[in-house]
Unconditional design. Structure first.
Length: 133
């Protein structure tokens, strides 16, 4: 029985406690940097006219806000909720990455459409010049 006790928590709980240790060791600066990076990236996405992504961006913002609020208001419960807290941080980051890559696809697609329109207009002008000759 004693040999089993040290590993009862499982891998995800051990890693989650390591996340809390890193946050504590940095006096919260790691978490503030995380918050800043996610917030700034989402803000850049929100500035573009890709309205299709705004709902997703808002959901990631809301999750980030709830998670950060929990961390600030319930420091005494963080160890108990370490696994859920770490999973929330990872899901928020995945949401940020997914919205960022969708945004990049949207930008690329729109740029390709603009180039196609420019080429089409150029082709039409070239055709008209040829018809005049």
């Amino acid at each position: 029985m004693n040999q089993v006790m040290p590993i009862w928590e499982g891998t995800t709980n051990v890693l989650s406690l390591d996340v809390l240790r890193a946050i504590d060791k940095s006096h919260g600066s790691v978490l503030m940097s995380y918050n800043k990076e996610v917030t700034e990236r989402l803000a850049r996405i929100k500035l573009t006219p890709a309205e299709e992504l705004h709902d997703s961006v808002n959901k990631v913002y809301q999750s980030l806000d709830r998670t950060m609020t929990f961390a600030q208001q319930h420091t005494d419960k963080l160890e108990l909720a370490a696994r859920d807290f770490a999973f929330s941080l990872s899901r928020i980051y995945m949401g940020k990455l997914l919205t960022y890559y969708m945004h990049m696809m949207w930008v690329s697609t729109n740029r390709l459409l603009e180039l196609d329109n420019e080429l089409t207009q150029t082709d039409k002008r070239s055709d008209q010049k040829l018809l005049r000759i």
